[in-house]
Design a protein around this ligand. Structure first.
Ligand SMILES: [Zn+2]
Length: 899
């Protein structure tokens, strides 16, 4: 009975079916589950928590990247026997989600204010129920082997409990406080945004010069320049440098705020740069971070001249109620009329804009909640310095240190409704605050029931900072938390090292006493094929969903994984994805051939056993060194290189060479055929396992077919570890055998390949018809006496020689007449093609070959004379030496031919 594989690989019909099979069989769940009675605490866990995408999100290449890398990490460790857990989930994404629902309401002519907090939240949950699952469905399509039974959402009950616990703990330790602080205010979103959510852009602007008139009626003035004239309304001082001779006489005097008539002091502060603008600085502590610092030093009042909608407050007198830019125009016009304006100059501004809305951020004083960050940052800094957590690639450690050393208190309150509401209640009677784990019904200080909860919610990063342990059940000591925490890797893009990774480090150490993961792996960003950032405006965005539809998930994953180096940006082109679609097809075709071949092999090994052929020995040696290399590369996070090596092995060694030879060896029949089939199955199975973390779907599908074909065959060929797994996803990772590499087989097979290539090239050059078999004389040399007798058949078949007219000799006294000589390392091959060639042409060819050999000799001699010999691994140096020796042999033979 023959086992038939479909002609072509149909990823569309495969991917969904395979994914459902994995999930249904529970392969995504840890095989050693701490919640089950047969749990064995000695089995090593391996856990990753997914960077939770925004619940509003739609799959983009950034998601595809982290899912591919993390799924590879998880699949590799699962195959290595770890009890693996990959926790999926989504982030409630405060601002983004709220905006989405507000937009819906606006379309209906309503607003969140109109329907009220409770109805608005109900509406948002309803939105989440209907639309919130989209991103997780898309993540499944990528083949993510997450444990969906443990899926979390940052606003679900368990995680909300964790947030409450974390906030109350900080409150009790005195690590959160409420206070007036200068914050980045987004007037459109009506919320504070963190420093990290502000982007600065260079834009053309104006520097406005004007007069600060002295209050003493002398008519003297101090010239001052500003880029934001409307903030004059909030000025509380003018500052000059203490050593500035121009302004010495003014220090301590009073000046008059233009159009308002308020008197403010002239102060001296060495923060002022004497040669910028006029050398005198207006101070607006309520609306500028540097001015705020100076104001603190000099005890200046802090005035808020803008309200939360960026309109002028009553502080602005006649300008009250004006929008900020309108106020700027009107005030400046009035100052002009009053003769207070000196001049205007074009000036390049560094404008702070909101990362979300794009509008100009207004620094403002506001009552906000803050985390005292220094004690938390200290621990997070120490954990990386002392090696509890390492960052890959390690040059990001410096970036991390620098940031942690310069961190400022973290503003955690947001003026939104969608999020974790701040668990603090204010008492209307005694004015004190109550902060508890359970909602209070009365003031903890005076017992009054007249209390109301803070209206604000917590920054989204506050809850996602708890993600690695809140998802495992913390603050409860659940079996999952006890077994899987601290987690193993944190894998994410380097662009959120600070936003998120640093916060998880600080929170993890503060609340659990342990760093939340031992390794932080940072991947780079994906750019287009020309290295440009992808953006909608440039129109160069690649949609992963479309790519998966057209070329298959495996092709996309393989491209992302093999193209990436830790921490470095990757250029992605559709051509590469297409090439990798072809790779999946080539793998499929190889599987068809392997299955066809093994069915031709006899059931019995026969007697006596055949010695392995040169090709057999070569293939096994190459596989073993591939297994060694893969292990080393996986352990050192060089997944891209590992994938490339496996790809090369499959394409060149296995498909192009060994499969061709295997056809011949199996056609021989008997023991040789049996052994060849056994070897094919073993090597191909190992390849599927190695490739599985990169291209899970096609490998799983082929594995199923291979297993079925083998089970139908009476010989029951076995994989390397002796056992067929239920599914490839849970098969064991192939381990390298601990034996020295068989260098002879590598060297001899390389010579064999060279001989085949040389003969093929010559045939092509002389236009020998593909079917025409040539006679040949092979001079193999004394030292490999008899080796080519065994390879006669393979050589003849691959090079298009007539086996019966292929003479193999150790030496030849004289060059045979009418023959052209070819040199492959130590071998000389004579082909009876002289009548087809002219001697001058022949001479030119040999001369060209000699020149090539000599240039290789020169290159290798130079390389081996450099410090490469001392620094490179010994095995590599040895390889280069062998190459040199082979070229020297070729050169000698060619010189012989040329004399
Ligand atoms: Zn009270």
């Amino acid at each position: 009975m023959t086992y038939e594989l479909p002609k072509a690989y149909d990823f569309k019909a495969t991917e969904e079916r395979i994914y459902a099979m994995w999930e249904k069989n529970g392969y995504f769940q840890p095989h050693n589950d701490p919640n089950q009675p047969n749990f064995d605490p000695a089995v090593k866990p391996f856990a990753i928590t997914i960077p939770p995408p925004n619940v509003t999100g739609e799959l983009h290449l950034g998601h595809a990247m982290f899912v591919s890398v993390e799924d590879l990490m998880i699949r590799y460790h699962r195959m290595k026997g770890y009890s693996t857990l990959w926790i999926p989930g989504t982030d409630h994404a405060g601002i983004a989600t709220q905006l989405m629902v507000e937009r819906q309401l606006a379309k209906e002519g309503s607003s969140r204010e109109a329907i009220g907090r409770e109805a608005f939240l109900e509406r948002t949950w309803q939105w989440k129920a209907e639309k919130g699952g989209q991103i997780t469905r898309q993540i499944r399509r990528l083949g993510a082997s997450c444990d969906w039974t443990r899926e979390r959402f940052t606003l679900d009950e368990g995680l909300s409990k964790a947030v409450r616990e974390a906030f109350v703990t900080l409150y009790e330790k005195g690590l959160v406080y409420r206070g007036p602080r200068l914050i980045n205010w987004s007037p459109g979103l009506k919320t504070a945004v963190s420093d990290l959510e502000v982007e600065y852009s260079e834009e053309p602007g104006t520097l406005y010069y004007f007069k600060y008139m002295l209050a003493d009626g002398s008519g003297d003035y101090i010239p001052v320049a500003t880029t934001r004239p409307e903030t004059i309304l909030g000025d509380t001082a003018v500052a000059v440098h203490p050593e500035d001779e121009r302004y010495q006489k003014f220090i301590g005097k009073q000046v008059i705020v233009p159009m308002l008539g308020r008197e403010i002091p002239v102060i001296a502060d060495d923060y002022v740069t004497r040669d910028f603008g006029t050398g005198a600085l207006k101070i607006t502590p309520g609306h500028d971070p540097n001015d705020y610092e100076i104001g603190q030093r000099h005890n200046l009042p802090v005035l808020s001249m803008l309200d939360k909608e960026a309109r002028v407050t009553e502080i602005g007198g006649a300008y009250a109620g004006l929008e900020r830019f309108e106020a700027r125009r009107k005030l400046w016009a009035d100052m002009k009329t009053a003769g207070l304006v000196i001049k205007e100059e074009p000036y390049t501004l560094n404008v702070p804009r909101s990362q979300r809305g794009g509008e100009i951020i207004e620094p403002m004083i506001s009552e906000q909640w803050f985390v005292k960050i220094d004690p938390l940052a200290e621990k997070a800094l120490a954990a990386v310095k002392n090696g509890d957590t390492k960052i890959v690639p390690d040059y990001f450690e410096k970036v991390y240190y620098n940031w942690m050393e310069n961190i400022t208190d973290w503003c955690i309150s947001r003026q939104l409704w969608w999020g974790h509401r701040i668990p603090v209640w204010y008492c209307a009677d005694c004015g004190k605050q109550t902060c508890t784990r359970e909602d209070p019904s009365a003031c903890a200080h005076c017992g009054s029931a007249n209390i109301s909860q803070d209206a604000d919610v917590l920054d989204t990063w506050f809850s996602s900072g708890l993600w690695p342990f809140s998802t495992l059940g913390w603050p409860d000591k659940t079996p999952d938390f006890n077994y899987f925490y601290p987690t193993s890797y944190m894998e994410t893009g380097y662009d959120i090292l600070f936003f998120w990774v640093a916060r998880m480090m600080m929170s993890g150490l503060e609340f659990t006493g342990q760093a939340p993961f031992h390794t932080i792996y940072l991947h780079g960003l994906i750019r287009d094929e020309h290295g440009q950032k992808m953006s909608k405006t440039k129109g160069n965005v690649i949609d992963p969903l479309i790519v998966m539809d057209e070329l298959g998930t495996d092709a996309l994953r393989f491209t992302l994984l093999v193209g990436s180096t830790p921490g470095k940006d990757t250029n992605l082109s559709l051509k590469k994805v297409e090439a990798n679609r072809n790779f999946a097809n080539k793998l499929w075709n190889a599987a068809r051939l392997v299955i066809t071949l093994l069915e031709k092999a006899p059931a019995e090994a026969g007697q006596p056993d055949e010695k392995p052929t040169l090709a057999d020995a070569f293939l096994l040696t190459r596989l073993n060194s591939l297994l060694h290399d893969s292990e080393r590369l996986f352990q050192t996070f060089q997944y891209g290189q590992a994938g490339q090596n496996i790809y090369d092995f499959f394409w060149n060694d296995f498909a192009d060479w060994y499969l061709e030879i295997a056809k011949l060896q199996i056609a021989t029949g008997g023991a040789r055929a049996h052994q060849t089939a056994a070897l094919l199955v073993r090597v191909f199975d190992s390849l599927l396992r190695l490739l599985h973390p990169f291209t899970p779907f096609v490998t799983e599908e082929i594995y199923g077919h291979l297993k079925a074909a083998v089970s139908q065959h009476p010989a029951h060929f076995a994989p390397q570890d002796g056992r067929w797994a239920e599914a490839l996803i849970i098969a064991r990772w192939p381990e390298a055998a601990d034996r020295p590499s068989d260098e002879t087989s590598l060297r001899e097979f390389a010579i064999f390949q060279e001989a085949v290539r040389a003969i093929r090239n010559l045939r092509a050059e002389k236009n020998v018809k593909p079917g025409q078999k040539l006679a040949a004389i092979l001079v193999e040399g004394e030292e490999r006496r008899g080796l080519y007798e065994a390879e006669k058949r393979n050589l003849a078949a691959l090079a298009g020689l007539d086996e019966t007219r292929l003479r193999i000799v150790q030496t030849l006294e004289e060059k045979p007449a009418g023959h052209i000589a070819l040199v492959a390392g130590p071998l000389t091959i004579y082909l009876p093609l002289a009548e087809m060639s002219d001697p001058a042409e022949e001479h030119a060819r040999l001369t060209k070959d000699l020149a090539e050999a000599e240039s290789q000799i020169a290159r290798l001699e130079k390389l081996l004379a450099s410090d490469f010999s001392a620094k490179a691994p010994a095995a590599l140096v040895q390889k280069e030496r062998e190459k040199l020796a082979a070229y020297q042999q070729s050169a000698a033979k060619l010189r012989e031919q040329l004399t």
